[in-house]
Design a protein around this ligand. Structure first.
Ligand code: HEM
Length: 200
């Protein structure tokens, strides 16, 4: 007796089915299994990138990631902007998204970009951004005419309030420069009697 007829006899004996019926049912079960299992993703494949993603795309996304890391690292270096006039400081009021947000207190300029929600456009304290804000902070005032560095007529309590703000800023933000006086007309050749007053 050949192996084939022995197998057929065993199948008939075990299943009670004719060989044709048995093989038809087995084939149908394989088809159903393949169809159903193709609808699911195995846990190992779940985290793999889609097969359709080419090697070029993978290396592109890796280099994008590296560029982001580089940009973050570069941006985290403390800036040093050095001497600046009040006029120059105004460029850092948030109107240019590529520039840091700066505030001056007692002539020291702080980079407050990390608190964009306070000092960025529309922020509750954005009126101080790009300005020397000592007087306003000392007086706890939002009045435009107080947003300047004039401390002449302030009393000891107000100066203490200002010192507390200074301590807070020194602790929280990097100093990136200091304010210098606007050049006086006499300092500039050919400026005649033009004045350099700053409106607030
Ligand atoms: C109704 C009065 C006020 C309320 C309820 C208030 C509330 C707040 C709150 C909740 C913060 C966030 C604090 C933090 O998370 O560190 C804050 C920050 C600040 N406030 Fe006020 N504030 C008031 C008045 C003022 C006034 C009058 C000034 C100055 C003129 C001022 C200047 C500031 C500044 C500069 C910051 C940001 C400090 C930083 O950079 O961390 N606030 N305020």
């Amino acid at each position: 007796m050949g192996i084939y007829s022995a197998a057929v006899e065993e199948i008939t004996w075990y299943t009670g089915l004719s060989p044709a019926a048995f093989f038809t049912i087995a084939a149908l079960m394989v088809v159903v299994y393949k169809t159903v299992s193709s609808m699911f993703v195995s846990p190992e494949d779940f985290n793999k990138p889609p097969v359709a993603m080419s090697i070029e795309k993978i290396s592109q996304s890796n280099s994008d990631f590296l560029n982001n890391v580089m940009a973050t690292t570069t941006n985290s270096q403390p800036l040093q902007l050095g001497d600046m006039t009040e006029q120059q400081l105004r460029a850092y009021n948030g109107s240019d998204p590529n520039k840091p947000l700066l505030i001056s207190i007692k002539g020291q300029i702080y980079d407050v970009s990390s608190s964009r929600m306070f000092y960025g456009p529309g922020g509750a304290y954005s009126m101080f951004t790009g300005k020397e804000a000592s007087r306003a902070l000392a007086l706890l005032s939002f009045k435009p005419q107080d947003i300047n560095g004039n401390l002449e007529d302030l009393g000891p309590e107000e100066l203490q309030v200002l010192e507390d703000w200074e301590d807070k800023f020194t602790e929280k933000y990097a100093k990136v420069g200091q304010l210098v006086r606007e050049p006086m007309p006499a300092d500039q050749a050919g400026c005649g009697d033009e004045t350099h007053e700053i409106e607030n």
